[in-house]
Design a binder for this molecule. Structure first.
Ligand code: HMG
Ligand code: MG
Length: 312
């Protein structure tokens, strides 16, 4: 194995990608405590929510209240998803300084997720990015279904490259390449990444692996070998997209951090405090968190925090 990196940036998406798919309503205070604990664990980028339509994703309806009440750590970036100008206005009102726009490499998924074709999404996002950047915001981009679509099946790597390049041209500082339904394999990851790297430098790419079929860590190793140094993950393995049938959680942040740190790759994340953050949100869910490292702690008798939250 040839990995030359000694540091990896972890983008924590649990409070957004994780919580957006939960059936039970999570109290706003619990989300605030969860995000605060994630920052205390050393995570430097924490996706705090989404200014999407509350009719489409009710779990993210309280993002403004969550965002306003997070005790902001000056060293932490708290991006939020924004699908249109209305979302940007809501983000701006809440004092957001960093947003993420999201489109896909397959038409049917994009239509189901944001009710737009890929081209329409770029038309909608152009003024969003222009205004956001004008207000001094950082803009990240997402490409969903980069390794397979729940409706169309295989996705051409050339299409993934085209959408990534368009997001960067629009002004995104980085594109997160999403395995939305967790179908990718290491060989496929290296083949798609190889095509992307012919045009895009690795510093502008992140990988966003859902762990639906248990391949996320293997895919991470494959991407690390290609020089990718930014990975999205959700604490405890929370997650899934409500508009991707069968999509389950993201790669668990604990599993990623454990593997990397043991390989001598620094993440600046404190694993013990990360487990504590997952244990803050776990009691509010109607199912156990799937992350393997977290489960090993719980099995070993580590205390599970009670479902108490502070009032903000
Ligand atoms: P639409 O129905 O076509 O939009 O939805 P519309 O413009 O016709 O508006 C419909 C209603 O929504 C109107 O309200 C608007 O005001 C309101 P009404 O008049 O009916 O009362 N509305 C909004 N309200 C609040 N905030 C807004 C907003 N926009 C419109 N921003 C839309 C289009 C894009 C809004 C909708 O499809 C949407 O919100 N989709 C988001 C879906 C989503 O959040 N999916 C999950 C995140 S993506 C993901 O998980 C993948 C990722 O993790 C990467 C990976 O894994 O691949 C990122
Ligand atoms: Mg996702």
């Amino acid at each position: 194995m040839k990995i030359t990196l000694d540091h990896v940036d972890v983008v924590e998406v649990g409070p957004r990608d994780g919580l957006q798919n939960e059936k039970v309503t999570i109290p706003t205070e619990a989300k605030i405590d969860y995000i605060t604990a994630l920052a205390d664990a050393g995570l430097r980028t924490i996706e705090a929510g989404a200014f999407v339509s509350p009719k489409w994703v009710p779990q993210m309806a309280d993002t403004a209240e969550v965002y306003r009440n997070i005790p902001k750590d000056p060293g932490v970036d708290y991006p939020v998803l924004v699908p249109n100008l209305k979302g940007l206005e809501r983000a701006s009102d809440a004092g957001v300084t960093s947003i993420a726009i999201f489109t896909a490499a397959s038409e049917t998924f994009n239509k189901r997720n944001i009710n737009m074709s890929i081209d329409e999404s770029f038309e909608k996002y152009a003024p969003v990015v222009q205004r956001a950047r004008g207000e001094g915001m950082r803009v990240r981009g997402y490409v969903s279904t980069a390794f397979g679509c729940p409706y169309e099946g295989d996705v051409a790597p050339e299409k993934v490259l085209e959408v990534c390049a368009r997001l960067l041209d629009l002004g995104c500082y980085e594109v997160s390449v999403g395995d939305t339904i967790g179908v990718g394999t290491p060989v496929q990851v290296q083949s798609v990444t190889g095509i992307l790297l012919q045009v895009i430098p690795p510093s502008k790419l992140a990988m966003h692996f859902h762990d639906t079929r248990g391949t996320a860590l293997a895919n991470t190793l494959a991407a690390l070998e290609m020089g990718i140094a930014t990975f999205d993950a959700s604490s405890g393995g929370l997650g899934g997209c409500p508009y991707a049938p069968g999509a389950s959680g993201n790669m668990a942040t604990e599993d990623l951090v454990y593997m990397l740190e043991k390989m001598g790759i620094d993440t600046a994340v404190d694993l013990k405090l990360l487990v504590a953050a997952s244990q803050i949100i776990a009691p509010y869910l109607d199912h156990p968190l799937p992350g393997r490292y977290l489960q090993s702690c719980t099995k070993a008798g580590a205390p599970v925090a009670p479902a108490s939250t502070t009032v903000h």
